[in-house]
Ligand binder design. Structure first.
Ligand code: CMC
Length: 436
């Protein structure tokens, strides 16, 4: 059943009057009860458009992939609560769930794993390309460039109408390649040889092995922690990067181009780049003697552009369920690995203080997914500039699921917003010699 067909057209309508014209707009209700006003006929009937800075009030699509209720701190993938998936599932099973819509049977999972293995060979030229980047290049730029480069080596996967078989191939390949490209560039940046993927290892252990040449010695606790982090990052409905993937894909650009653009969107510090910014902020507080109150004051000062990184969310206005799980995992991982990180104490102190402060309380600003994740990545020896790449590694199935849902929808349309023009009108051209 498609996402749109699980939507009820309610009997209710919303009436809008604009410039002397009146229009009855259908009201739609989603499967979890959210209400939307369908304005698709608005411009045709009234010549008016809506304006919604930052899309705060705009649903860009019908989707059956991920549900989140920001008021109550609920997050579900395909109907399954994130807490249960983080506890009982594994990343590859969750990837299948998101992309194909249901938990896999043993046979379906085996087929999916085979498609990942089948797509794990990185073209030799792309491996060379990775070695040519400056060692201190930001890995998100490298990842985006290399994902786009992959399109050059698989022209048969650029068809406008991908068969189901080709679609499965490109999906398995992208899940494999985001792991390879990330680990390869880390190795190159360290001046070390690449470690190839080992088909006998599970996805997370394999990635860690490719990063750190574990030679079978990757701590299962470390792989387990990574598994949980990747599950928690796997999708988050119509966020900035998923919307980017959909927007680029809506022009029927190929999946590599769409995902590469999504990586660019994720890189920004207001989105996935926040996980790197959080650790850098905590390190700065630590270096400054641990006085986090000073940093809270800076965050509240409207004349200072500083924001408390890892705090606040467009949708969550009570708590971010992912942050709760990660905070707990942080304690568990650090205890199990016997690591004492002063940054964890600073983060906890900062959170406690912020949650009492009227500035944060009034604006409903809570720790988000990025607040504690970096402390775990740090404990796993992932370098700070790779944190957002770890987010991308986790988010790959979500991007693919959002793209797949969109291109398979019979009502897909190119994404093309309108604007309200505010520029000059009716100027007359002047020769350059006459201009002042
Ligand atoms: N520190 C200080 N003030 C903040 C913060 C913060 N982290 N976040 C929001 N505010 C204030 C903001 O200044 C504004 O105040 P006022 O009403 O007085 O003008 C109010 O809270 C509402 O903020 P907003 O910018 O209108 O909210 P938004 O929904 O547009 O932005 C956000 C959401 C996540 C971009 C923002 O909270 C932020 O910049 N947070 C820090 C960056 C961060 O942690 N990003 C990761 C987000 S979660 C993971 C992901 O999406 O990838």
């Amino acid at each position: 059943m498609s996402a749109a067909s699980k939507t009820n057209m309610s009997n209710e309508t919303a009436e809008l009057q604009v410039q002397g014209k009146s229009i009855e707009l259908p009201v739609v209700v989603g499967s979890e009860g959210e209400v939307g006003i369908d304005i698709s006929r608005l411009r045709a009937e009234t010549r008016a458009v809506t304006i919604d800075n930052g899309f705060v009030n705009t649903a860009s699509c019908f989707s059956g992939v991920t549900f989140l209720n920001g008021e109550e701190g609920v997050l579900k993938y395909r109907g399954y609560a994130i807490e249960e998936l983080a506890e009982k599932s594994n990343f590859i099973e969750v990837a299948y769930l998101l992309i194909y819509g249901e938990l896999p049977t043993i046979t379906q999972l085996a087929r999916f794993e085979s498609s990942i293995k089948a797509g794990q060979e990185t073209p030799e030229q792309v491996k060379q390309q990775i070695k040519l980047f400056p060692k201190d290049a930001h890995p998100m730029g490298v990842l985006s460039a290399c994902l786009s480069s992959l399109s050059a080596y698989y022209p048969e996967l650029l068809d406008q109408d991908l068969s189901a078989d080709k679609k499965d191939r490109i999906i398995g390949q992208l899940v494999a390649q985001v792991r390879n490209l990330s680990a390869y560039f880390y190795r190159a940046s360290q001046g070390k040889d690449f470690v190839n993927s080992d088909a006998n290892l599970d996805y997370c252990t394999d990635f860690l092995n490719m990063m750190f040449e574990g030679q079978g010695k990757i701590d299962p606790e470390v792989a387990k922690a990574l598994n949980v982090l990747l599950i928690l990052h796997a999708d988050h409905e119509q966020n900035c990067s998923a919307s980017t993937v959909r927007l680029v894909g809506s022009s029927k650009a190929n999946l590599y181009a769409s995902i590469s653009a999504g990586v660019g969107a994720l890189w920004g510090p207001l989105h996935g780049g926040a996980n790197q910014a959080v650790i850098e902020m905590l390190q700065e507080i630590d270096k400054d003697g641990g006085d986090y109150k000073k940093f809270l004051d800076k965050a509240k000062d409207k004349n200072d552009s500083f924001r408390l990184m890892g705090f606040g969310h467009r949708v969550y206005k009570n708590f971010d369920p992912r942050a709760r799980i990660i905070k707990k995992a942080c304690d568990t991982v650090l205890t199990k690995l016997d690591i004492k990180d002063p940054l964890l104490d600073i983060a906890k102190g900062l959170e406690e203080e912020a949650l009492k402060d009227p500035y944060f309380v009034d604006r409903k600003l809570y720790p988000n997914v990025d607040f504690y994740s970096g402390i775990i990545y740090k404990a796993l020896n992932i370098p700070t500039n790779m944190f957002t790449v770890m987010f991308a590694l986790g988010r790959m199935p979500g991007w693919i699921a959002q793209w797949k849902e969109m291109i398979e929808s019979p009502s897909m349309k190119i994404g093309r917003p309108r604007q309200i023009y505010t520029g000059e009108t009716d100027l007359e051209y002047q020769a350059i010699s006459d201009r002042k």
